[in-house]
Design a protein around this ligand. Structure first.
Ligand code: MG
Length: 157
């Protein structure tokens, strides 16, 4: 059994859709990034790769590589899952915390869990997504961007 941790943050940008946990939250109020800037999935992928000591998503999907420009993070998660599968790992469970002053994410949490569980072929009970504000403190509190943290357990098959 191996544990991994991931962290990511992206700033808000005009005219971009907001994707979190693989789910389209809104057509505006999105985040700046080379891919779709889904911080929740980025933190999760780094936790998965970290558990396997396989580097991070910056190494796997270099921002300088045009292949990944505008990529959906759900597709990247599928690639990470395949890579770990080939290395003999399967996901035990994962827990993601999204840190955002806005928008309110409660209505989307279960859809995010379902989306992630489907990609990773786990039960929905194995995927936790939580959201918190920072009570207006710090860069997330000032609504400059959104951050996410994740932990993940991998089992060697
Ligand atoms: Mg990122």
């Amino acid at each position: 059994m191996r544990i991994g941790h991931g962290y990511d943050a992206h700033r808000f940008a005009e005219g971009r859709p907001l994707y979190l946990g693989g789910v389209l939250i809104s057509e505006n109020g999105g985040l700046l990034g080379h891919s779709d800037a889904d911080v929740a999935l980025h933190a999760l992928m780094d936790a998965m790769l970290g558990a396997a000591a396989h580097g991070d998503i910056g190494k796997l999907f270099p921002p300088a590589d045009a292949t990944w420009k505008g990529a959906r993070s759900t597709d990247l998660l599928q690639i990470v899952r395949q890579k770990l599968d080939e290395a003999g790992y399967r996901v035990g469970n994962a827990d993601i915390t999204v840190i955002a002053q806005k928008p309110r994410l409660a209505p989307y949490i279960d859809t995010m869990r379902r989306t992630i569980a489907d990609i990773l072929s786990t039960d929905i009970e194995d995927i936790s997504v939580k959201a918190t504000t920072t009570e207006r403190m710090g860069f997330t509190g000032r609504e400059e961007g959104i951050a996410a943290e994740a932990v993940c357990l991998l089992y060697k098959k």
